[in-house]
Design a protein around this ligand. Structure first.
Ligand code: ZN
Ligand code: ZN
Ligand code: FE
Length: 763
């Protein structure tokens, strides 16, 4: 049996099942899975197989079962055989998983020895990836190595029929980690249950605490306390970006947000991501938690400590802010020394414990869109689960992109996409990238023979990849950004070598083969290469990168492109003021510091500003997120786009929107008309691409596809044209998934010897 069947309690489960049916046999781990030998009647064996699938441990993922018949050896019992790790074989490491129901029951039982123990776990739950130092996954190679098992724990650990058989982080109050509450300067205030009680009281009194979790520290405060939320924003240096929230259970979340069955399933899944949920109109939590947005990001407790922290009680906070413990832009703090230093100025108290975190890992973020999961950030709960490739890769490293970086290591048909690393413009994040690469390479026994990077010559990830390639004397291959997006979606869906698709790669920014900033691209793509079939027109990015924080500048560039006068009554012009207007006019006319861009993200910025929604952005994609949030679903109109000679031109849309805004149309209706118009425009371009290429399959990739509204408007239009549409379900559509695409392209080039990148020429 192949799949995720090791380190998840699979062999003991098989042993119990065989016992129940009365089958004799053996089970053992092999390099790539589990091998079971069974002796019994055909009926017994059939029963075994069906129960094997229906009752498998919650964390197991069976990819395939290969069965062969043979002669019975006359075995008399069922036994678990121990297997030595195969040299050089890639051993699976499972993600960290939310506390299971069985463990919660024990924690709630006063007669249980793990009553209220904040580090309770078993084979079906608990830390994994964040505590593993090396493989094979065994206690001495985890950060639990410093905690010798007590007699009772050792008995559970060695009993094949116990739920804690070979559960590496197994612990109890007698032998395991414990809590301490510290003042910011390091003085110990209390420990154990007392520490928990004190921190809860402090939170109820409006204080901010740093709390050590699975993959790092969180900064925590009472979410209903406006004052505490404001203090946290000031200290963290985070003006408007939404905060993640944690509530004790589904009903508590449902009192603030609208939940359907899919939302419930995602919230309660073992991965426990932060789920973006539609906020109820009557919700009373402070607006400042997510200014300008229609959704709140909620997660449920995923460690025993979280359950205890949120235990409902009179006067205690019902909802907590749980934001990553760092200054804005820095990576999440996870080492105790470093955390104390960095978090002391931010927190009033530090609730910590003595189980070290070996690998930092942020919370994952997901939403529901078009009937499925849409990942915004892939980290805890997913990483480091490998993705399957439909063809073999040489050992390789793909560096990813600079924003929302993840990297990817691959070998054979497995791709190990890393957890979210962050934005590489920070030195600490760059170090996290380097440490991460080394750690994954060791865990999964990947010795890169090829290094892959983005085509952008100045990306930090490109520079890091080049350095690594030079040090190890390895070939370096570059992949155009939007081709990599397309390939990521193709690889996620298991498309085969040689297949060709229409790719709508829409994002904020990516280096084009002509040196311009691309981002509104229609490609005809295979793994080995892509042709640029069509794109949004080039407009100047006035003043360069600075325009990204000033959506009103993009609006002015687009108004100019569409030949609309800069009417003073339009919101972007009011924001710019006389002086800046004169300067920008000159800058754009002469093309000074105004690189051409076909970015779809910047078009969203422009419309957000034009509609009067967002003029200045303090975080990436703010203008686009607020534009989406504002859209009025009752509006049925859509603005026109034109398509000719490979250009999808929004000029008519800009002209009509400007007229609507001047006539005082509600921003929510302007937003909806834009989204609907763009969905139709994309459909028109895809229809043309199909006629030209004969391809009927469309992949939607790039950060713009995190926009649920655009996705849900576009999908049915393309499907109504008879096209097959592939969207991201296991990877973020944005740059957080691009490393998989880079890996797939490099692997395909290695397999075929082809480099067919003609992205610069239009068909
Ligand atoms: Zn458990
Ligand atoms: Zn113990
Ligand atoms: Fe991108």
């Amino acid at each position: 049996m192949r799949g995720l069947v090791q380190g998840v309690g699979f062999r003991p489960f098989v042993a119990r099942l065989a016992d129940r049916i009365g089958l004799a046999g053996r089970v053992r781990n092999t390099g790539g899975g589990v091998e079971i030998r069974l002796e019994g009647t055909a009926a017994e064996l059939d029963r075994f197989e069906s129960l094997l699938l229906s009752e498998a441990p919650p964390l197991a993922r069976i990819h395939d079962i290969i069965s062969t018949g043979g002669d019975a050896e006359g075995l008399e019992d069922f036994r678990i055989l121990h297997s030595g790790g195969e040299e050089g074989a890639s051993q699976p490491v499972t993600p960290d998983i939310a506390t299971c129901e069985d463990c919660l029951r024990e924690m709630a039982d006063p007669s249980d020895r793990r009553y209220r123990y904040p580090f309770t776990n078993c084979t079906n739950c608990g830390p994994r990836f964040t505590i593993v130092r090396d493989v094979p996954y065994d206690r001495p190679r985890t950060t639990m190595s410093g905690f010798p098992l007590c007699e009772a724990c050792a008995a559970e650990y060695t009993d094949p029929l116990d739920r804690r058989y070979h559960a590496q982080p197994v612990a109890c109050p007698l032998c395991g980690p414990s809590l301490t509450l510290e003042a910011p300067e390091g003085r110990v205030l209390s420990s154990g249950d007392e520490a928990l009680r004190e921190v809860r009281e402090a939170l109820a009194a409006g204080r901010i605490a740093a709390v050590k979790g699975l993959g790092g520290y969180h900064l925590v405060c009472d979410a209903s306390d406006e004052e505490a939320v404001r203090t946290l924003r000031t200290r963290k240096g985070r003006e408007g970006r939404p905060f993640a929230l944690m509530a004790p259970d589904v009903p508590a979340v449902a009192s603030h947000c609208r939940l359907g069955p899919r939302e419930r399933d995602l919230l309660t899944s073992p991965e426990r991501p932060i789920v973006l949920l539609a906020r109820r109109e009557e919700d009373t939590l402070p607006r400042s938690l997510a200014p300008g947005l229609h959704r709140l990001g909620f997660m449920l407790p995923y460690t025993p400590l979280h359950h205890l922290l949120l235990e409902p009680a009179e006067g205690m906070p019902r909802v907590l802010v749980m934001t990553s413990g760092n200054l804005s832009e820095e990576p999440i703090a996870y080492r105790d020394e470093e955390a104390r230093e960095r978090l002391a100025p931010l927190a009033d108290l530090i609730l910590t414990h003595d189980r070290p975190i070996h690998m930092r890992c942020d919370d994952s973020v997901a939403a529901l869109a078009a009937g499925g999961t849409l990942l915004h950030r892939r980290a805890r709960g997913w990483a480091p689960m490998p993705l399957s490739l439909s063809f073999d890769a040489p050992h390789l490293l793909a560096a990813g992109a600079d924003l929302k970086n993840t990297f990817c290591l691959a070998r054979e048909d497995r791709a190990y996409l890393s957890h979210h690393i962050g934005d590489l413009d920070d030195v600490a994040t760059l170090r996290a990238w380097e440490e991460g690469v080394e750690h994954y390479a060791r865990l999964f026994r990947v010795e890169p023979e090829v290094v892959v990077c983005d085509l952008h010559p100045d990306y930090r990830s490109t520079l890091a990849a080049r350095r690594l390639a030079e040090e190890r004397d390895l070939p370096l291959t570059a992949v155009q950004h939007h081709h990599a997006h397309a390939a990521a979606c193709m690889a996620e869906h298991g498309l085969r070598l040689g297949e060709e698709v229409i790719a709508v790669s829409f994002d904020g920014t990516g280096y084009g083969t002509d040196g311009a900033i691309w981002g509104g691209e229609f490609l005809i793509a295979s793994y080995t290469g892509s042709r640029r079939f069509a794109h949004l027109p080039y407009v100047p990015l006035p003043g360069g990168e600075a325009a990204m924080r000033r959506p009103y500048r993009m609006a002015m560039a687009w108004l100019r492109h569409a030949e609309v006068l800069w009417y003073e009554s339009l919101p972007p012009l009011r924001t710019a003021g006389d002086e800046e207007r004169t300067v920008l006019d000159a800058v754009m006319r002469r093309g000074l510091n105004s690189p051409p861009t076909s970015s779809a993200g910047r078009l969203f910025d422009a419309v957000s500003s034009l509609a009067g929604i967002c003029q200045e952005a303090t975080w990436e994609a703010q203008a686009a997120c607020e534009l989406e949030a504002a859209a009025d679903p009752a509006e049925e109109g859509g603005y026109p786009f034109t398509f000719s000679e490979g250009i999808l031109d929004p000029s008519p849309m800009i002209r009509e929107a400007a007229g609507d805004v001047r006539a005082g149309l509600d921003p929510g209706r302007v937003s909806m008309r834009f989204h609907r118009g763009l969905a139709r425009g994309i459909t028109t371009a895809c229809r043309a691409a199909r006629e030209a290429s004969g391809r009927g399959r469309v992949v939607l990739s790039g950060g713009v596809w995190q926009n649920t509204l655009l996705l849900e408007l576009t999908l049915p239009l393309l499907e109504a044209e008879g096209m097959e549409v592939l969207v991201h379900r296991q990877l973020p559509p944005g740059d957080g998934g691009i490393a998989l695409g880079q890996a797939a392209v490099a692997a395909a080039r290695a397999a075929t010897g082809e480099v067919t990148d003609t992205t610069s020429t239009r068909e």
